[in-house]
Design a protein around this ligand. Structure first.
Ligand code: GLN
Length: 385
């Protein structure tokens, strides 16, 4: 209905330009139409002009501005005289044949214009879904954890540049509670997800090993550089992976530790409790593991000489290396055959709507470039504290 009306308006518009009185709106419709379409439109226009004493000219042109609601009737009952159009049109539409041909090709016009109309429609749908995605795509009232309009995010803010304590000056418009002024990539990502879902975001800074047990009670999701592991998957749902990582070894700048054998001979390997770094360290030298509640503590104990090494994710290790300028160095995980890990947002298993909503928002922000912008801002441009 809408598409056919558009093709008729196009025909009318051609009549308008033939008549020499096309309005400024006529150049919008015809330029991107295929050759077949404009030829057909011309023929149709000619027929229209020749077989009626009145041409669709002015009315059609102005109707084009309201193309969405235009109907065939509106175009064909246009009653403005267009003498010039009649003259030109007569030459083309003298015979019945010409009229028949016009009718046949009009069908083609409809097709061609339909294509155009479809692509326009897709465009407008995209805009609509950007503006109103929360209403259309997600029925958050069906989500056990989001139906209250608040997304509570657990994290441990000793994991720069993903989460650490900032100055509280970030422009996190969806975040309504953030006691420790946590900032970093994960915080920015959850702020963006909250914006897209139309919910408030509250940040809970807590011990890493308390995060999974708190899911579903104190917090709705965890966004804390958490590696997706089979063991954790038994307890929680993970979003689609959002970042590739690997463990690494952080040592003093003048340390002799360089490989796994050196770690086997070490006295104290600092880790944060409950992390994949702890698992790796225990596999290498269980008796040397010093498990503490925060990476800030483990790294401070490395700088003050209590620890010989700390095993943690490579990007945070590099951030600590920056923070303790010149005092530390990062040994690449590939020298230790550490596996590639993937971070995911963790959430309770009993809310598929929550999982779908988070994944959709994540996919949207990846697709439109927002995700990459946040990577650039919070990870590539991380400044030492
Ligand atoms: N990626 C590691 C893990 O999941 C460390 C995460 C963290 O300490 N925030 O265990």
């Amino acid at each position: 209905m809408k598409k056919q009306a558009l093709s008729l308006v196009l025909a009318g518009l051609m009549a308008a330009s033939l008549a020499g009185c096309g309005s400024s709106s006529s150049n919008t419709s015809t330029t991107s139409t295929s050759t077949t379409a404009s030829t057909a439109a011309t023929t149709t226009a000619a027929t229209t002009a020749a077989s009626t004493t009145t041409a669709a000219a002015t009315t059609a042109a102005s109707t084009a501005a309201e193309a969405e609601s235009t109907t065939e009737a509106e175009v064909t009952t246009a009653s403005t005289t267009a003498e010039a159009a009649s003259e030109e049109a007569t030459t083309e539409a003298k015979t019945t044949e010409a009229t028949t041909e016009a009718k046949t090709t009009e069908a083609k016009t409809t097709e061609a214009v339909s294509e155009e109309a479809e692509s326009e429609e897709v465009g407008s749908e995209e805009v609509e879904s950007e503006e109103g995605s929360e209403a259309e795509t997600f029925d958050l009232s069906a989500s056990k954890y989001l139906s209250d309009g608040v997304l509570t995010v657990g994290l441990n803010a000793t994991f720069p540049p993903f989460e650490y304590v900032g100055d509280g000056k970030d422009d996190f418009t969806a975040i309504t509670a953030n006691e420790s002024n946590a900032t970093g990539f994960d915080v920015a990502m959850m702020n963006e997800i909250g914006k897209r879902l139309g919910v408030d975001v509250e940040i809970e800074d807590m011990d890493f090993d308390g995060i999974i047990p708190a899911l579903g009670t104190k917090i709705d999701v965890a966004a804390t550089g958490m590696t997706i592991t089979d063991e954790r998957k038994e307890a929680v749902n993970f979003s689609d992976p959002y970042y590739d990582a690997t463990q690494s070894v952080l040592v003093a700048a003048d340390s002799k530790i360089a490989n796994e054998d050196d770690l086997k001979a070490a006295d104290a390997i600092g880790v944060q409790a409950g992390t994949t770094g702890e698992t790796v360290a225990r596999e290498i030298n269980d008796s040397a593991v010093v498990s503490v509640k925060s990476f800030n503590q483990a790294v401070a104990d490395l700088v003050n000489g209590k620890n010989d090494a700390v095993i943690l994710d490579e990007v945070p290790a590099e951030a600590f290396e920056k923070n303790y300028e010149g005092k530390l160095k990062v040994l690449d995980g590939s020298d230790f055959n550490f596996d590639v890990e993937e971070y995911g947002i963790a959430m309770p298993k009993d809310d598929e709507v929550l999982l779908d909503a988070i994944n959709s928002a994540l996919a949207d922000m990846k697709a439109d470039g927002t995700y990459d912008e946040l990577l650039e801002q919070y990870i590539s441009n991380y400044q030492a504290e």
